[in-house]
Ligand binder design. Structure first.
Ligand code: ATP
Ligand code: MG
Length: 407
């Protein structure tokens, strides 16, 4: 019954001079994610029509739901131009939308063919009264409608639609520049990565892996999570930097008082992340920290940890409730991967009493007692980078990286 999909860009229309760049970017993301050679794209100023050409609309929609910067879309039904056909089709479309509850609705009509014998207000009136007469759950409310039935009469046909389906929203991934996502195997960091992409930030990932202190499966988790995130990335691909962290990790365990272990470990991670970011044209760091979640995420801890870098650190989840984070994690299909029970470097050797209020001078003092700088440099040097595409099957053992490196 649907002939085309109407796509709206939403917020992008506020972008002034940059609007064209934004719209072009969303359009190219749409083509990439829909990836269907049979559909035809018809650009109008602040909307796009996807002509289905007989293709299954559900398949196309699957692609649209991966496009950041897409505000909403509607499935459009094509009708003959005579008013009887328009009335019938309008009723069909609206019947698909109404349920048990009374809905406030209005009809909106547009004639792009000015030769059409009935004027727009009249089309509206005819269609509205027909629909009202033939349904029982509608009342007209032109000021506050819950449902708007749109009729567009063109030269070749009439088009009718009403449901507005929400897209991802935000901005097209990449327009904001590139950030480096600190990606653990946990629940939070993939969600932070997703939200950043949704807001237009292209991401690369960095993971600190401590095999064989930690299991190889925990590194595999990170690869699997990156694949899920790659679905939203430009070209459906994300570069992931694997940092061999074991040597530095062991040195921390051996040389740093237990209460400060995590704080200083995280300072090391930040230092390495900034260096890797600079090497790869990433201008911010992103992580999954959320205020108060664990000892290293008190405001005091965060400020002492953050102190080692100059680069801005974005924490999309800073104020999120864990349940909301889990909700997003499920939506992006990461949750079942994140909860696989393998340890990562933050969960082995968890100190019994990590400090929640670390002091900066203590950190600096403890760090001065050992040559951590050269270990940090070695981590950066030995970091391996892989491009992860959401389609490829990638097994950590196939990479020959982590395993052969340390075993
Ligand atoms: P997550 O669920 O993302 O693991 P968390 O609540 O367990 O987060 P922490 O373990 O303290 O919290 O980590 C906070 C943030 O630090 C993570 O969200 C992630 O961005 C980063 N991080 C932690 N461990 C690693 C790691 N091994 N490699 C890369 N980044 C990490
Ligand atoms: Mg964690």
């Amino acid at each position: 019954m649907y002939e085309r999909i109407l796509v709206r860009y939403g917020d992008l229309t506020l972008k002034g001079k940059n609007k064209k760049i934004f719209v072009d970017k969303v359009n190219s993301l749409i083509r990439e994610k829909v990836s269907n050679p049979n559909v035809v794209y018809e650009k109008k100023h602040d909307r796009l029509y996807i002509l289905l050409n007989g293709e299954d609309h559900n398949k196309v929609i699957k692609g649209l739901d991966k496009v950041s910067g897409l505000s909403s879309y509607s499935l459009v039904s094509k009708s003959e131009r005579d008013i009887e056909s328009i009335k019938e089709n309008a009723l069909k479309v609206i019947n698909g939308e109404i349920g048990q509850k009374v809905i406030k609705f209005k009809v909106e009509s547009k004639r792009s063919d000015k030769q059409y014998p009935i004027q727009s207000p009249e089309i509206t009136q005819i269609v509205a009264s027909y629909v009202l007469k033939n349904t029982s759950m509608l009342v007209v409310d032109v000021h506050n409608p819950e449902l708007t039935l749109s009729v567009e009469v063109r030269h070749d046909a009439a088009f009718i639609y009403c449901k507005k389906i929400k897209g991802m929203g935000g901005f097209p991934v990449g327009v904001a520049g590139k950030g480096l996502l600190m990606l653990s195997g946990g629940i939070d960091s993939p969600v932070a990565g997703f939200l950043s992409m949704k807001q237009g930030v292209e991401i690369e990932g960095i993971h600190f892996e401590s095999t064989p202190l930690t299991s190889i499966e925990s590194a595999q988790k990170v690869i699997d999570l990156t694949k899920k995130l790659a679905i939203y990335a430009p070209h459906s691909r994300i570069r992931l930097h694997m940092v061999p962290f074991m040597e530095l990790h062991s040195a921390l365990i051996d040389n740093i008082p237990e209460a400060y272990n995590i704080t200083i470990m995280r300072r090391m991670m930040y230092r390495i992340s900034e260096k890797i970011a600079l090497k790869n044209n990433c201008i911010i760091l992103i992580n999954g920290e959320s205020v108060g979640q664990v000892a290293s995420q008190t405001l005091k801890s965060m400020s002492v940890i953050n102190e080692v870098v100059r680069m801005p650190v974005i924490r999309p989840l800073a104020t999120y409730d864990k349940l909301d984070i889990i909700g997003i994690s499920r939506k992006i299909d990461c949750y079942n991967i994140s909860i696989r029970p393998f340890e990562d470097c933050c969960t082995v050797y968890v100190p019994k009493k990590p400090t929640t209020a670390p002091k900066l001078d203590r950190c600096i003092y403890y760090e001065s007692k050992y040559d951590f700088d050269s270990l940090v440099d070695r981590c950066v040097e030995k970091t391996k980078t892989i491009a992860i595409s959401y389609k490829e099957k990638l097994d950590i053992t196939m990479l020959g990286l982590v395993v052969s490196e340390v075993l």
